[in-house]
Every structure is written in C-alpha cells, then in structure tokens.
Ligand binder design. Structure first.
Ligand code: PRP
Ligand code: ZN
Length: 286
C-alpha cells in the first residue's frame, strides 16, 4: 500500500486559515467540509487531521500524525518529544505577562507572591525561576484575560498578537517572556518512505517562502544607463537584458529581495530607469 502522510493542523483559531493556505500554496489540495475532522488530498499522498492546537504536539509525538503545524508556544509548553522541522514565518505572537492598566509597574519583582492566571504554566514557571520570583501559577485552559476582572488572579500570562484582547480587558503588557510563530513538527519514528514525502513537502514550503521574500522586477533603461542600472540590481545571478523595439533602449529583468526593493527602486529611477514593474513571485526553486 502506498504511504500517506498524516498532517495535523489546527481546527479553528489563529493558525488554521494560514496553515491551509500554506498547504494549498504548496500545490496540495483537498476538499474540506466545514465540520469534518479529516480530509484527504486528491493530488498529494497526504491526509489532514483538524485538531485543537493544544493536542497537536502529543499526536505528533505518538505518531498518530506524522507532521503537525502548531505555534512554537504550544510545542514548548507541551514539551513533547517532537522534532522542529521548520519555522513557517506566520502567526507570529508573543507570550507576555499583563497586569491591570491602572497598576504601576517597574520590574519583574512586581510578580512576587502574586496570583498569575495562564494556560502556559511550564513556560511561565521557567521565567519566574530565572528571575527568582515566587508567584502562584493558576492554570486555566481558556479566557485567561478575564481572570483579573473577576478576582481570580492579579495578573495574566497569555498570548498577545495584536494586543486587542488585553486592551479590551483593561490589561497592559509588561513583560514578554517568549516569542512564537507557526512551526512544522515531526517525530522520530517516520519511515524512510514518509521521510521522503516530508522532504518533498519541505522542498515545496521552501520554494513558496523564497518566492514570498522576493519580487520580480522589470524595467526599461536607455542603453547608456544599462550598466549603471545592472550594478544596482542585487539579483539572483545576472539580470536578463533584452533590447526594446525602440532603438537605444533595453528591458532589464531581475529578482530583488522584498525588503530591499524600495531602496533599490529609488536608485534605479535616479539612474534613468522607466516603466518599472514589480511582480510577485509565486514559487522560487533554489
Ligand atoms: C490567544 C490569546 C488571546 C488572543 C490574543 O488565543 O489567548 O485570546 O490570542 O490575540 P490579540 O492580541 O490579537 O487580541 P489563541 O489564538 O492562542 O487561542 P487558544 O488559546 O484558544 O488556542
Ligand atoms: Zn489553544
């Protein structure tokens, strides 16, 4: 029987939409009825399990799933014996301590002997230990942000992304203790056949990520400015130069890194470039 990769992704929440998007960008498609727990891809040997993110590290460790996409926060908190195969660059967030907005705060010793509500007792315990603070950790599994207002805790330690949850609950962030993003997890027991499929998937993810970090740039330049312009382009290798029908002009094509292109574009204009087009790259095979 042909092997199928089982990939666990979050059923609903901060990671779910972008996890599916990444899989789709890798050219892997499946039909997913809304409330289903499982979907099978029709063009890649993979099936998807839609689970609570908290449960994903455990399922990957046990081998129920071969791979999982989950926040690094869950991976570290659950402390399962799993492999971090790749950071995925989305769902970036932080785990922070927050206190009621009207309280004055200067340093971590504020938390001495305080009650802190969290769903991340392990990571919080580690932070408090390092700072030599003894506080009471009150573990709750959800709606942590309301704990101070109902008198359950003095402070919270919770995930912050936009900050709007804290804001609407009258809390302010005072210490960041952990930074997180989505990661791809695997386990130790993958067979050779599955490792091969995992390599194929990682190769596709790398191509999608490389494409996102780069733009394809096309521009027209007078022939006598071509050399100066080519020198400004940080391109993959050397740019493509094609003569235009209009004599005395070239079209120059190259790839520039997303985070460099504004800077480069200003210089290109100064050097005489015209008709500059910046085009997204869907995939880039390195
Ligand atoms: C976190 C946290 C807040 C929210 C913060 O929940 O518990 O509810 O995100 O985001 P904001 O700063 O943008 O308002 P998460 O998505 O991790 O859900 P879960 O704990 O139910 O898995
Ligand atoms: Zn969760």
């Amino acid at each position: 029987m042909k092997k199928t990769l089982r990939i666990a992704i979050q059923k609903s929440g901060r990671l779910s939409e972008q996890s599916v998007k990444l899989i789709n960008e890798c050219g892997i498609h499946f039909n997913n009825g809304k409330s289903r727990l499982k979907a099978v891809s029709y063009n890649f040997p993979a099936e998807f399990l839609f689970l609570r993110d908290d449960d994903i590290p455990g399922y990957v460790e046990d081998g129920v799933a071969d791979l999982g996409i989950v926040g690094e926060n869950e991976m570290v908190e659950k402390a399962k014996d799993v492999l971090l195969i790749k950071r995925l660059g989305f769902s970036k967030c932080r785990l922070s301590l927050a206190i009621p907005r009207d309280k004055a705060y200067t340093e971590p010793s504020y938390f001495q002997a305080k009650n802190i509500a969290t769903s991340y007792p392990r990571i919080l315990h580690q932070f408090l230990k390092e700072k030599q603070i003894s506080a009471h950790i009150h573990e709750i599994s959800g709606s942590v942000e309301i704990a101070p207002s109902i008198g359950l805790a003095d402070a919270v330690c919770d995930i912050v992304s936009s900050g709007s949850t804290l804001l609407s609950n009258g809390l302010k962030e005072v210490e960041t203790i952990f930074r997180s993003e989505a990661v791809l997890l695997g386990n130790h027991q993958a067979s050779e056949e599955k490792k091969d499929l995992i390599d194929q998937l990682v190769f596709r993810i790398n191509s999608v990520q490389a494409g996102k970090g780069n733009k394809y740039i096309l521009l027209n330049a007078p022939k006598d400015a071509t050399e100066a312009i080519v020198n400004l382009l940080p391109g993959m290798r050397s740019p493509t130069i094609v003569p235009l029908a209009m004599s005395g002009w070239n079209s120059i094509h190259s790839v520039v890194q997303e985070d460099q292109f504004w800077e480069v574009i200003e210089k290109l204009r100064e050097a005489g470039a015209e008709g500059i087009l910046v085009v997204p790259i869907e995939k880039m095979i390195l």
